[in-house]
Design a protein around this ligand. Sequence first.
Ligand code: GRF
Length: 203
Amino acid sequence: MLPVAVLVSGSGSNLQALLDASAADPEFGARIAVVISDRPGVGALQRALQSGVPAEVVRWGEFNDRESFSVAICDTAERYGAEALILAGFMRILSPAAIDRYPNRIINIHPALLPAFPGAHAVPAALAHGVKVSGVTVHFVDDEVDHGPIIAQQAVPVQSDDTEETLHARIQKEEHLLFPLVIKAFSAGSLRVVGRHVIWEES
Ligand code: GRF
């Protein structure tokens, strides 16, 4: 079982999808060793508690810069033996130091089809642009925001009467299917990174 840390900032529905997959699928391959939030009081921490998974808060506001915050996140993850970081709605950018500590071992989920609409406001940005299709991207994290090698994507149609809420809900439905699938493949050692390309191999 690959021990992983899941990093969160919000409601944690993607965390829940991973918790459910690990409970339901004996082949899932990842063990959530710790959930780390950058803020107290979020739903994701409650979900960790309910599942009996250790949870930690590393408060963004307590650090002077991104570097020391990122080091604290990695130190916390390491204390629990985590060998990878899974960003499940984590709204902070990790410094290059963190990325060097977990090369091709940090995975993020983004609510748009990258490279379109990177950043924190992907869903309203896609709506404002008038796209007919958006979706989900799961990717390895590199030094640039929402940029690293793409592991998997799923398209989601945009409807003419969509609001940010209705489109995000449709995207999240797909997130909850795709994310566990990717984490399972990653844990099995089935993802090989060649430059910008991620090759899915049989394990
Ligand atoms: C997801 O839509 C994810 O793509 C984005 O933040 C959202 C987190 O939602 N990065 P949740 O906390 O997992 O419910």
